[in-house]
Design a protein around this ligand. Structure first.
Ligand code: SF4
Ligand code: SF4
Length: 131
């Protein structure tokens, strides 16, 4: 609330006025101008870089249980039908924040964070302990 006061949790979405909480009209107008200015910073760019550390699903391990969809606060995973009777999770990388909640929720180990697999993290821990 104090930092980036008109930004929403989802990138590219901004909130102002009564959508925030009841407030005087002059404050609503000021917030609306702030939201418009923040939106302009996005719309004025030709390209946008997104986070590289995002979730990835190994579709060979995925059972399509949907727990990652429920766990994600940003709506990044979705269930898609690969073929008849085969449903798997697929990550919309632009929405993913790399928080890891889906990896924790996944019962099969199909969902994981790129560059932070169990093997990579354990290797880093071993290397740190060796020093
Ligand atoms: S890492 Fe976080 S933001 Fe990305 S898909 Fe998983 S739960 Fe959603
Ligand atoms: S929680 Fe794991 S097994 Fe279930 S749909 Fe998501 S990636 Fe697939």
């Amino acid at each position: 609330m104090k930092l980036r006061p008109v930004d929403f949790a989802t990138d590219g979405v901004f909130v102002c006025g009564l959508a925030h909480y009841p407030k005087p009209i002059d404050e609503s107008i000021t917030q609306a101008q702030a939201a418009a200015a923040r939106a302009a910073t996005v719309l004025s760019r030709k390209t946008i870089e997104v986070e590289g550390v995002v979730s990835a699903v190994d579709q060979n391990l995925c059972r399509g249980c949907g727990l990652c969809v429920e766990a994600c606060p940003y709506g990044a995973p979705e269930l898609v039908e690969l073929s008849e009777g085969v449903t798997v999770s697929q990550i919309k990388e632009a929405l993913c924040k790399g928080c890891g909640a889906c990896a924790v929720a996944c019962p099969t180990g199909a969902a994981g964070i790129r560059h932070f697999t169990d093997h990579e993290v354990l290797t880093m821990v071993e290397a740190a302990l060796c020093e």
